[in-house]
Design a protein around this ligand. Structure first.
Ligand SMILES: *[C@@H]1O[C@H](CO)[C@@H](O)[C@H](O)[C@H]1NC(C)=O
Ligand SMILES: *[C@@H]1O[C@H](CO)[C@@H](O)[C@H](O)[C@H]1NC(C)=O
Length: 296
């Protein structure tokens, strides 16, 4: 054995360690992406239409099924999102309050009914954990939202206070098979709550129909309703919306027939993560092969 051989082994080990070190900086699964800023100006209370949420979940991946709330055609809570004017988030703030499912036990039924984890097959508390970690941790600087219980109770409270089905019905907007213009929906909500909401749509990947997905109401730090004007949604005319203004917005009262199979024509996060993991193992494998080749 010559000295060169030992020297080469040491160099290889060093390189290998360096290499593994770079790889370990790959994004870790499930990590909450913290923003550089933690301050916010107002709160966005988002309610979602369960039927659209379910369609999106089913289209996201083949085999996905939904856990629908008992009242499927009732507006359901998505979350309370602290927002900095002109920005998205903050997200994932450093907070001493770690998500603890036992805190939710006293009102678990209300959560299941009205703040439903529609995404079937996910862990029981995963949706609420996500909302707390991403948004609740940032909201918790508010004296009104300074605990897990206060945060989730406030969402349920607003869901009860702002019953969107009733609000829309006052302008004769009812779930069914007719479509409405984004402006009609916006005006209907605004005429009742007296401030400007945000109207969000999603496009069905198969039918290309525009479907109502979320209606958001904004609140200031005293929890008083305010215009959502300053959110960064696409503004067009008087309505604040991301909906296609040239298409009717569908507001389905039941799941459209699902006998067609949807094609997944976009790369979702789960897929990307899977792909990144595959790449990681491939790189490690290649490197080991290289070492073996080099040292034998
Ligand atoms: C939740 O929804 C049910 C109906 O689905 C309703 O009876 C109940 O009062 C709601 N609870 C809260 C806290 O909003
Ligand atoms: C919130 O809005 C209400 C009503 O417009 C106003 O009286 C109150 O001062 C506002 N609070 C904050 C913190 O901006």
């Amino acid at each position: 054995m010559n000295v060169y051989w030992h020297y080469l082994q040491i160099v290889c080990t060093f390189l290998a360690l360096q290499y593994v070190n770079t790889l370990s900086h790959l994004p870790k699964s499930g990590k909450c992406p913290e923003t550089k800023y933690h301050d916010w100006d107002y709160l966005v209370f988002s309610q979602r239409w369960p039927i659209t949420a379910c369609l999106l979940w089913e289209e996201k991946k083949e085999g996905n099924a939904c856990d629908m709330p008992p009242a499927m055609a009732t507006w359901n809570v998505h979350g309370i999102w602290p927002t900095k004017t002109g920005m998205e988030g903050p997200f994932c703030c450093p907070s001493a309050i770690h998500f603890d499912p036992t805190q939710l036990q006293p009102f678990l039924t209300d959560l299941n009914n009205n703040w439903t984890n529609i995404e079937g097959g996910t862990k029981e508390y995963s949706f609420w954990r996500h909302e707390w970690e991403k948004h609740g941790t940032c909201a918790s600087v508010s004296p009104f939202l300074n605990s897990i219980q206060n945060y989730f109770r406030q969402g349920l409270e607003w869901n009860k206070q702002y019953k969107l089905s009733n609000i829309l019905e006052q302008s004769k907007i009812v779930a069914g098979t007719s479509g409405y213009s984004p402006g009609q929906i916006f005006d209907a909500v605004k005429s009742v709550i007296k401030v400007k909401p945000t109207i969000q749509c999603e496009v069905d990947h198969k039918t290309k129909e525009s479907m109502i997905s979320e209606i958001r109401i904004c609140f200031n730090k005293s929890l008083e309703p305010i215009d959502c004007d300053h959110s960064d949604s696409v503004t067009s005319g008087a309505a604040i919306t991301n909906c296609d203004l040239n298409k009717p917005v569908m507001y389905f009262s039941e799941m459209p027939s699902t006998d067609m199979s949807y094609e997944v024509d976009y790369i979702d996060d789960g897929f990307r993560q899977h792909f990144e993991e595959q790449m990681y193992y491939l790189q490690v494998y290649k490197f080991l092969k290289f070492i073996i080749w080099f040292t034998t």
